[in-house]
Design a protein around this ligand. Structure first.
Ligand SMILES: Cc1ncc(COP(=O)(O)O)c(C=O)c1O
Length: 418
């Protein structure tokens, strides 16, 4: 029986020596020349043309990834803009959160609490869930990646709906798993299509509710149906980045479902209604073994001290959250009506429960023309050809002036293309 303890596999010194002895003279000379260049002496003028220079090769599944594309923050001219491309809160953040953030600057030299203890307790209290079953992350993006990393690898499949959040395929590719897309029904999540796409290799299912970029909402009865029929050894991640834009009862229902389930992970964020996107804070709630697995692979100090303090202050200011939700509801419905009035020009807004609208361009004015035209008028929106939506723009609900402004600009563009 082997007495070797489990641990990292190391090259034995003997192997390393014989490897060195096996180097041909030619190889050794080449390595010496490369070494000289690496350390800065014997420099050639045109180093980039040196084809012998080799470096580490990323894993093929990493090389095949298309990096995440963030919403633009500047127009082509770089002038002042109205940014409606990243689903941020147009009202900013709670003044209490701003204050907490600046006060936390006093402790810059100290590492943050690695377990985000006080923040987890505050989240638990507000949502009536257990703090031990919560994990905080560098944005909810980190939690999504951790879920993929803990439960899937090469040979496994990660499933989500077509027009799902772009991080889902990235999280699969990052760990060498296969991203699998289920068909939608008129841009909304189709639970039957998801169920039909499950195979014995499916390890994680991502479902955003409301979904980004479509804004569509899947009723809880449908999510329950998916959960009842899916294999129990497969993890269902319900991504609630936009939960607080729903009625509070609807927002909390997935947490209740997760409470007694052994395979549901809920993710939430402080980047949207809480207006703390710059600080990168998110959280997840799941069964203790799932949270334990994610904690094993997360970075130890993944939420900054200022971020933890700001998030706690933001949680305590539910007045700001309610104000943001009411603002969003009013102006989302206003913009939806204005788009409906442009229906004869082929514009159609997908019904949204989030803080943005996905607008389809099915007439003379194309989504690309609208995107460029809005950009010329200083409105940055999100055109989505990379997400199989070259015929659509996603527009975040802004302030009253911004929303009125973008609608007027769209009407001008429609009129010019009749
Ligand atoms: C559906 C969805 N999930 C997760 C995220 C990630 O948000 P964050 O990493 O800022 O928490 C976003 C951000 O746009 C999103 O739209």
């Amino acid at each position: 029986m082997s007495t070797r303890k489990p641990g990292p596999v190391r090259a034995e010194p003997v192997e390393a020596l014989s490897f060195l002895l096996n180097l041909t003279k030619e190889n050794a000379a080449l390595r010496q020349a490369q070494g000289k260049r690496l350390f800065g002496f014997n420099r050639t003028k045109n180093r980039s043309s040196d084809t012998r220079m080799t470096g580490p090769t990323p894993k093929p599944w990493i090389a095949a990834m298309t990096p995440y594309k963030a919403g633009r923050a500047k127009t082509a001219s770089g002038g002042p803009v109205v940014k409606l491309s990243s689903n941020e809160n147009p009202l900013g953040t709670s003044v209490d959160a701003e204050r907490a953030l600046s006060e936390a600057r006093g402790s810059l030299a100290r590492y943050p609490d690695p377990a985000s203890t006080a923040l987890r307790e505050a989240i638990a209290e507000l949502n009536e869930i257990e703090a031990e079953r919560i994990i905080c992350g560098t944005g909810s993006d980190e939690i999504l990646h951790l879920a993929a990393g803990a439960y899937a690898s090469a040979g496994d499949e990660i499933l989500y709906v077509r027009y799902g959040f772009t991080v889902y395929p990235l999280s699969a590719q990052r760990v060498g798993a296969t991203p699998v897309e289920a068909a939608d029904t008129d841009y909304a999540t189709d639970i039957d299509a998801l169920l039909a796409a499950i195979t014995p290799k499916t390890r994680v299912i991502f479902l955003a509710n409301p979904n980004n970029p479509t804004g569509t909402y899947t009723p809880m009865t449908e999510i329950q149906r998916l959960h009842d029929a899916m294999p129990p050894d497969c993890l269902l991640v319900i991504d609630q980045a936009y939960a607080e834009y729903l009625e509070p009862d609807e927002a909390q229902a997935p947490l209740e479902l997760a409470h007694n389930a052994s395979n549901i992970l809920i993710t939430r964020t402080f980047s949207k209604i809480y207006g703390l996107a710059a600080e990168r804070i998110g959280w997840g709630y799941g069964p203790a073994p799932v949270i334990d697995a994610l904690n094993r692979i997360r970075a130890p100090f993944n939420v900054t001290t200022a971020g933890q303090a700001a998030a706690m202050a933001a949680l305590a200011d539910q007045g700001f959250v309610a104000k943001s939700r009411a603002h969003n509801r009013k102006w989302r419905s206003w913009l939806t009506n204005r788009i409906a009035a442009m229906g004869n020009a082929g514009l159609r807004a997908i019904p949204s429960e989030a803080n943005f609208l996905l607008i389809l361009f099915e007439g003379k004015l194309t989504a690309e023309q609208a995107y460029e035209g809005l950009m010329e008028r200083d409105f940055i929106t999100r055109w989505l050809p990379g997400q199989q939506l070259p015929h659509a723009l996603r527009i975040t609900i802004g302030t009253e002036d911004e929303t009125r402004g973008v609608a007027a600009a769209l009407e001008e563009l429609v009129a010019a293309h009749l």
